[in-house]
Ligand binder design. Sequence first.
Ligand code: NAD
Ligand code: G6P
Ligand code: MN
Length: 445
Amino acid sequence: MKTEFSVVIAGGGSTFTPGIVMMLLENQDRFPIRKLKFYDNFASRQETIAEACKILLKERAPHIEFSYTTDPEEAFTDVDFCMAHIRAGLYAMREQDEKIPLRHGCVGQETCGAGGMAYGLRSIPAVIEMIDYMEKYSPNAWMLNYSNPAAIVAEACRVMRPNSKVLNICDMPIGIETRIAEILGYEDRKQFDIMYYGLNHFGWWKEFKDAKTGEDLMPRIKEYIKDNGYLPPSVLSGAQHTDESWKETFIKVRDVYALDPDTIPNTYLKYYMYPDYVVEHSNKEFTRANEVMEGREAEVFTECHRIIANGTASDTTIEVEEHASYIVDLATAIAFNTKERMLLIVPNNGAISNFDPTAMVEIPCIVDNTGAKPLQIGEIPEFQKGMMSQQVSVEKLVVKAHVEQSKQRLWQALTLSATIPSASVAKDILEDLLEANKEFWVEMK
Ligand code: NAD
Ligand code: G6P
Ligand code: MN
């Protein structure tokens, strides 16, 4: 058994890369790294992040062999894990994903509704290309993918690369569980035993227990969220999910919860349950992409330039993405067969007994050195089943649109989305998205 690993971070130029490097350094005791590479297709963007990380790594872990490249062969040769977080089309296209649907009076969001579909059609070829590189140059490697929109990417993996060693994961449930820990006065989300089911960015907790005592924590959580949503009593530390727009999302959980008080919801459901509210509360000129470009992206790049200019990262303000340690949990589970229980996006295959076996669902799995083994969920209620059926068909149709190069399928997907009111609005959005995504999407007939 290997004890030290070679990792490539794909999307080396991502705003999350420095925080993830810090997190990997914090976790060297349980997931030791011998070689770390960055891979990106945007050389100059990656160079800034990589040159800063090179300084950081030299100071804090000189034994790790570090390099960065835009050459797939160099990147994917001699690799055990690929941690993938790419954004095909960068923030400029995220801005289009958000603004185009908004212009037509519909939800404009990175992963939900029309914007999510547009992003999905950009991500599919990019992620599949990376899987192929990985399999060509390191056939035994695993890809831990959190490139979005994870639901559509996961469905594309199921359809196009069913036997590839790819695990798709999302940090939103983890982020919410961390908030709930804070709300209930627990130190760590790992003190909970939970049952969760749904699609990616589209799910519900049906059980929430104290892992030690077995106490049912649902009543306490419900009592709190009916008034406060997931806004914790004190300010959470860490940089992610703390902007004002995220606060609004966490408060809106009150109304999402009200619709089904038997479960507690993922924040993203607001886009499907309250699309009219979301549109009314969106600024069509300045969306989340603008906020991120002016905020996180500017801050991360300024800090990297500062490290490079000073030649040291000893006083860096880059924070450890502590919540991102789930990536290490996942890698460790595969590398050391820990059988950790984690939420992953996997083929349903009967786990939700009254739901499409071919749907990609987000459910608890046991992870070992062979991959993910989903737990049985059993039957889900009519309300969730109905919402999920509609949404999973949207996701499947987007992947069909790519595979069949079919505009018709994409029009159907858009029309079926709970975020779009009619086929005619769907058609108008479709034409604008096609125009904006010409250089990224497969050619559509
Ligand atoms: P970013 O734009 O800062 O970084 C993405 C990087 O990917 C860029 O440097 C870009 O050049 C690179 N890239 C784009 N296409 C590529 C390709 N074909 N090959 C190689 N590299 C490519 O974006 P970010 O905000 O840091 O987010 C990165 C990704 O992580 C996004 O997909 C985002 O949605 C995702 N994300 C997912 C989760 C989750 O819960 N699953 C959480 C956070 C972020
Ligand atoms: C959550 C989701 C991710 C998404 C991110 C967006 O973490 O799980 O899938 O990418 O939010 O955050 P941002 O700060 O870029 O809007
Ligand atoms: Mn996510």
